[in-house]
Design a protein around this ligand. Structure first.
Ligand code: ATP
Ligand code: MG
Length: 352
């Protein structure tokens, strides 16, 4: 089987982690008889600084025919965040109806998190984050700039399509995992969007009688991420809450550099997009120390999404074996002294 993948390495450490992960992924694919054809798009902040746009006008059309999209990172100290975000990531996630952002958190053997010493696999949950609307719907305004009566308004939008899609994806995942779904909202303080969300969730829950639903307010959930993360299985949350909780999830499972992410259109009408959770991290760009593991694990999600389960498992097994080996190279973010390249080369030797 041949897969065509669009690569957008992007900004900062994005190209570094993409380029280090690629030989590992190509070797693994080769061993599984999977052929991978990649096309690179140099879209991102450098393009914006040179030409005034993160990607070309017909960018979405160019991506439409691919089996999947792989993104490194976007974000640049000289470009405002709303430009980098709107000009590329949101363009793709919204344009391709990637309503579902799936982000697993897993504590691997050999990785020390900041919490009490949980054993390997004791932290093992997946957050399903609404990815296209909610608090990031980009509705609002600002009036009377600089005056005493200045006012800014920031709206949030929850559509039935966007909400049903994320909730259903989370129920599906829970029924395939341990059958437990934690619904994270703030319905006590946000009486429109969040109460609507709870209503939709209650409707869909009827289709999944075997899934146990737990309801948590986001403030309590944040505390429980620290106090009892081992009890979570699948969590579902709005765009904003999911954004915050998944950084927390990356933090408690060792490092931002280990966390994978995916932006999925469950109808498979459009290509889905895979990327590490971390951003462009200009503080370490060019030093060759960016951890490539979050990127490799994002490739694992990509292959699982495309139905290449054996290949996905192979990449994960290589990562698991490397992290568990005290003599293996590791990057500074997880307590090592090695560079990205040494880590990637070592991963290759651990394949099949
Ligand atoms: P953005 O503005 O695009 O979110 P950022 O510069 O805020 O990017 P984050 O990805 O949010 O960077 O990460 C926060 C910090 O974690 C970084 O500044 C960096 O020090 C560290 N970090 C992130 N990713 C990695 C990685 N892959 N390897 C090692 N350290 C990382
Ligand atoms: Mg950041």
């Amino acid at each position: 089987m041949t897969y065509e993948i669009a690569l957008i390495p992007g900004d900062g450490i994005g190209p570094e982690v993409v380029d280090r992960s690629l030989p590992v992924v190509e070797a693994a694919a080769d061993a599984h008889g999977v052929s991978l054809e990649t096309t690179r798009y140099d879209w991102g902040s450098d393009r914006y600084l040179a030409e005034g746009a993160m990607m070309p006008d017909d960018g979405l059309d160019r991506l439409r025919g691919y089996d999947a999209i792989f993104l490194g990172a976007v974000g640049h100290p000289e470009v405002p965040d709303h430009v980098t975000l709107r000009g590329l990531r949101l363009e793709i996630t919204k344009g391709f109806k990637q309503h579902v952002c799936k982000r697993p958190s897993y504590l691997f053997e050999g990785v020390t998190g900041p919490l009490r010493d949980y054993g390997a696999g004791e932290i093992d949950f997946v957050v399903y984050r609404q990815n296209t609307e909610g608090e990031y719907a980009d509705i609002g305004g600002r009036e009377y700039r600089g005056h005493d009566n200045e006012v800014a308004f920031q709206g949030a939008m929850f559509t039935r399509e966007g909400t049903e899609t994320i909730v259903r994806a989370a129920f599906e995942a829970a029924s395939e995992r341990e059958g437990k779904l934690t619904n994270v909202t703030k319905s006590n303080a946000q009486a429109y969007g969040m109460v609507f969300w709870d209503d939709v969730l209650r409707e869909i829950a009827g289709e999944y009688p075997d899934v146990e639903v737990e309801r948590l307010l986001v403030d309590a959930a944040s505390m429980d991420f620290v106090r009892r993360p081992d009890e979570f299985d699948v969590l579902v949350a709005s765009n904003l809450f999911g954004d915050i909780l998944t950084d927390l999830g990356a933090g408690i499972s060792g490092s931002m550099g280990l966390a994978p992410s995916s932006n999925i259109d469950p109808t498979q009408t459009h290509p889905s997009m895979f990327e590490p959770v971390h951003g462009s991290a200009f503080d370490i760009t060019g030093e060759g120390v960016a951890n490539p593991i979050g990127t490799v694990l994002s490739w694992e999600l990509l292959w699982a999404h495309l139905g290449e389960d054996a290949l996905a498992r192979e990449l994960r097994a290589a990562v698991r074996a490397q992290l568990a080996d005290p003599d293996a190279p590791r990057t500074p973010d997880i307590g090592g002294e090695s560079g990205s390249e040494a880590v990637a080369n070592d991963l290759r030797t651990r394949l099949g």
